[in-house]
Design a protein around this ligand. Structure first.
Ligand code: SPV
Ligand code: MG
Length: 294
């Protein structure tokens, strides 16, 4: 069992290393467990994935405590750091101040807070509402997060949506530097451009030694090797690949069962029921049974 402080330190090591940490999205403890099994360095507690799993838009339709409950459940079942996507902090700096200790107590190792307006709209939607709050107001949120954390190795990541809001590279850099000044440990620079040019241009111009985090969903040609070569990126977040894999897998299997009139053709292609039972932690329950059940 990895302790909370070991997970926090592991994430810090990645951010301070010469390498690149890979972070896979999850929408429930099972997808988080599978990400750990696959060898990712950390888990992304994605608002997009959680919202999609409830079949509602990623636009603060779900309440903060639904997300917090998910984070607690994921942290309980996994041994790698969990990076929580807390959107805008679900309100203003006061909300952030109250939320940070709760997320920390839930076992997450980092939070990402974005400079959008609350309630937010999802970043990747075509024609979304990319309205941002002022750099001064957002810096207050970062300062509130830093002041509220209980442990110094809990990581606060500021996220700017300046590129997605069409404010340009210079404003994105200005905002990023202001958030670093406010105490952010890393900066997530988000871009939804369909090529990596915009993000590469930002990374090359970033004048600080504070590490960068990217989400290459819109520009998949930016591989881990290419991100590593840019030097300043320390985490790559695969933002929605668990829920997209789940959607693709379910659609395919459901269609085949309908088409073939039974489960006889899909069964050999599916994970065995025993595999599922083991993923659900059967070994632990058997050990408890053996000791205590009379
Ligand atoms: C999420 O996964 O909820 C994110 C990443 O915030 S993105 O969808 O690219 O905005
Ligand atoms: Mg999100």
């Amino acid at each position: 069992m990895t302790t909370r402080s070991e997970k926090n330190r592991r994430l810090r090591e990645i951010l301070n290393s010469d390498g690149l940490g890979t972070v896979m999205a999850a929408h429930n403890p099972l997808s988080a467990l599978l990400a750990e099994e696959a060898g990712f360095d950390a888990i992304w507690g994605s608002g997009f994935e959680l919202s999609t799993s409830y079949a509602v838009p990623d636009a603060n339709i779900l309440a903060w405590n639904t997300h917090l409950d998910l984070m607690r459940a994921i942290a309980d079942r996994t041994g790698i750091p969990l990076v929580a996507d807390i959107d805008t902090g679900f309100g203003n700096a006061v909300n952030v101040s109250y939320l940070i200790p709760m997320y920390e107590a839930a076992g997450v190792s980092a939070v990402v807070i974005e400079d959008k307006n609350f309630p937010k709209d999802t970043s990747l939607r075509v024609g979304g509402r990319p309205k941002l709050i002022s750099p001064a107001e957002f810096s207050g949120k970062i300062e509130a997060a830093v002041a509220a954390r209980q442990s110094p190795d809990f990581t606060i990541i500021a996220r700017t949506e300046a590129l997605n809001a069409g404010l340009g590279r210079e404003e994105a850099i200005r905002r990023g530097l202001a958030y670093v000044e406010a105490g952010a440990d890393a900066l997530l620079i988000h871009s939804k451009q369909p090529t990596s040019e915009e993000i590469i241009s930002f990374v090359e111009a970033w004048p600080s030694s504070v590490p960068l985090v990217i989400v290459p969903t819109a520009f998949p040609e930016l591989t881990e090797e290419a991100a590593r070569d840019l030097g300043k990126i320390k985490l790559v977040i695969y933002g929605n690949h668990a829920v997209r894999a789940a959607i693709g897998g379910m659609r395919d299997v459901f269609a085949r069962i309908r088409r073939d009139g039974g489960i006889h053709t899909v069964t050999p292609d599916l994970p065995a029921t025993q595999d599922v039972i083991e993923l659900a932690g059967d070994a632990r329950m058997r050990a408890v049974e053996e000791h205590f059940l009379r």
